[in-house]
Design a protein around this ligand. Structure first.
Ligand code: DON
Length: 306
């Protein structure tokens, strides 16, 4: 990848994605996200070696949503180690991110930490020892990005006012003993965590430890042990894009995580962290243009973990 001009590749990607605008639509079950202009597009690449390149709206903040689940899982694994896996599994779910009946059939144990049930179980576990998990996640994300990150309270309130499905999930998990705190408090904390606002440039910087064996060249600190970094990437590759993770791996070939704000982060282990944003989503909740951008990027640079 070092042999390419990343800025030139991004400029080419920005041209190649153009025919795909107009496909999909922004999330509207969180009303505050429905009004984000669907034509936005930004992409940022940060190399482990230090080079950085961006294109389009890469410095515009957007709702990070499920991408925050990487930060909360990383914090939980650093704090609790393998105890995390007594609450959630490590298998792809094959079902939508807010699915209910699979959770009931499997005794309230979420398939993985990236579906909503799994992320709320992690949030509950963080609540055991931290007063304010969303603030912790916000602080961690900002620290890794080298810049303060903010929670958009309007987005948090907008989701909380409509979070009926997530309430059902949290109540089911409370009934089965997967979570210990008041389900309403867990849902509220989880919605605030998801309402984090960051730009592509900030996200690419914040994800860099996953590309650099756990070390952050931004803050010059080891964030995750190397083995844990590999494991986080394994979970991203197998569970990060929910029930379209197979076709995403087929097209892009990198560990990645989507969010319904239209962001996707992807990791090129040993080389780079990538963040892309475009708000219109496919039926699985993944950015349409963002996926095409990553597909073209990996084709042009010939990078893939597979
Ligand atoms: O719980 C939800 O539905 C949202 N806060 C997050 C879902 C999400 O981002 C799914 N990812 N594509």
């Amino acid at each position: 990848m070092d042999e390419f001009s990343i800025a030139d590749v991004l400029a080419e990607v920005a041209v190649l994605v153009k025919p795909h605008f107009g496909k999909g639509r922004p999330a509207d079950y969180i009303p505050q996200l429905a009004s984000v202009p669907p034509g936005k597009f930004g992409m940022a690449v940060r190399l482990v070696s230090g080079e950085e390149a961006v294109v389009g709206d890469a410095d515009e903040g957007f709702s990070v949503q499920s991408i925050t689940k990487i930060f909360s899982l990383g914090l939980a694994l650093n704090r609790f180690g393998d105890e995390v896996w007594t609450r959630v599994g490590k298998e792809p779910s094959g079902t939508p991110f807010n699915h209910l009946s699979q959770l009931e059939a499997e005794e309230g144990v979420p398939r993985n930490p990236f579906i909503n049930a799994g992320a709320m179980a992690i949030c509950d576990q963080l609540m055991d020892v931290f007063k304010d998990p969303p603030a912790l996640v916000r602080g961690f994300a900002g620290f890794l990005a080298g810049e303060k990150a903010e929670i958009d309270e309007a987005v948090a309130a907008s989701e909380l006012a409509n979070a009926w499905q997530n309430r059902a999930i949290a109540n089911l998990m409370r009934g089965k003993g997967t979570i210990n705190h008041d389900p309403e408090a867990v849902v509220a904390a989880y919605c605030r965590q998801c309402a984090l606002t960051m730009s592509c440039r900030q996200l690419a910087r914040a994800m860099l430890p996953l590309a650099a064996g756990g070390f952050s060249p931004i803050v010059e600190e080891t964030i995750f042990p190397e083995r844990l970094t590999r494991r986080l990437n394994a979970l991203l590759l197998t569970c990060g894009i929910y029930d379209s993770v197979g076709s995403f791996a087929y097209r892009v070939g990198l560990p990645a995580k989507s969010g319904v704000g239209g962001g996707i982060v992807a990791i090129v282990p040993g080389k780079a962290a990538i963040a892309v944003w475009s708000p219109a989503l496919d039926r699985f909740g993944t950015s349409v243009v963002g996926t095409v951008a990553l597909e073209r990027f990996t084709q042009l640079t010939n990078c893939s973990v597979l």
